[in-house]
Design a protein around this ligand. Structure first.
Ligand SMILES: NC(=O)c1ccc[n+]([C@@H]2O[C@H](COP(=O)([O-])OP(=O)(O)OC[C@H]3O[C@@H](n4cnc5c(N)ncnc54)[C@H](OP(=O)(O)O)[C@@H]3O)[C@@H](O)[C@H]2O)c1
Length: 210
């Protein structure tokens, strides 16, 4: 599949690594071209046979867009790219107020639903918000594949992301409609809060076993 990742930070690197290993074509789209090229080169170095570029967003009609930037920045990016009309857009954000360590949306609401309102003509999928960046680079935790929880109201888009995750050697888990993102974002918040306590240095994974 053709995937554009917006951002050049930790999650862009982690998701990019997994998708490239899965044989997908990844384009890094960064606001700072130099930083974007640096990440593209890093991904290329590890995977000589794959082309990673810094291109115009959504240049391919099949593009899946993964927004790997802070929640608060999504609105400006959405405006810049005209709402990603017709695209499958994956929201990976954890909408957290880092002063209070609480979720930003009103109780009962989710960041993914807020993003979906900003992108009324896109097919929004919540995924990857509970997979920590370092574990995505590593690929496995304790030799077990990563669970990726997926929520969306668009069945076709959900199936596409499910396939993307599966072919990238992770386990997709369908948690239902986009409104379930509020629980995924809660998981994401708790995972952040307990990092010091569990002492795994941000290399833990939320996974269902048994
Ligand atoms: N880190 C994790 O383990 C983890 C796990 C699950 C979910 N998440 C979520 O994933 C998202 C990215 O996290 P991260 O850890 O990758 O953060 P990060 O390493 O700080 O990277 C953030 C990226 O966003 C870019 N960016 C910021 N504002 C932008 C804008 N207006 N337009 C375009 N790009 C912009 C930054 O570019 P510059 O460097 O040029 O500023 C940077 O490349 C966040 O929403 C986070 O909640 C993170």
């Amino acid at each position: 599949m053709q995937v554009t990742i917006i951002g050049n930070g930790n999650m862009a690197k982690g998701i990019g690594t997994r998708l490239i290993e899965g044989g997908h074509k990844v384009t890094i789209h960064a606001k700072d071209q130099t930083k974007g090229k640096e990440l593209a080169q890093l991904l290329e170095q590890d995977h000589q046979d794959i082309k990673v570029g810094v291109e115009t967003i959504g240049s391919n009609p099949e593009d899946i867009i993964i927004i790997a930037i802070p929640f608060g920045e999504v609105e400006s990016v959405a405006q810049k790219y005209n709402g990603f009309a017709g695209k499958v857009v994956v929201d990976i954000t954890n909408p957290v107020d880092f002063n209070t360590f609480q979720l930003l949306p009103e109780r009962g609401e989710s960041g993914a639903e807020e993003i979906s309102k900003l992108l009324p003509n896109a097919k929004v999928v919540k995924a990857f918000n509970t997979t920590l960046a370092g574990t995505l680079v590593a690929g496995k935790v304790e030799d077990k594949e990563l669970d990726v929880f997926i929520a969306s109201d668009d069945q076709d888009a959900k199936e596409k992301i499910t396939e993307l995750v599966k072919t990238s050697d992770m386990r997709p888990i369908d948690v239902g409609p986009l409104s379930e993102s509020r629980h995924l974002e809660g998981f994401g918040l708790i995972q952040m809060k307990i990092q010091d306590q569990i002492g795994t240095n941000w290399m833990s994974a939320l996974k269902f076993l048994g």
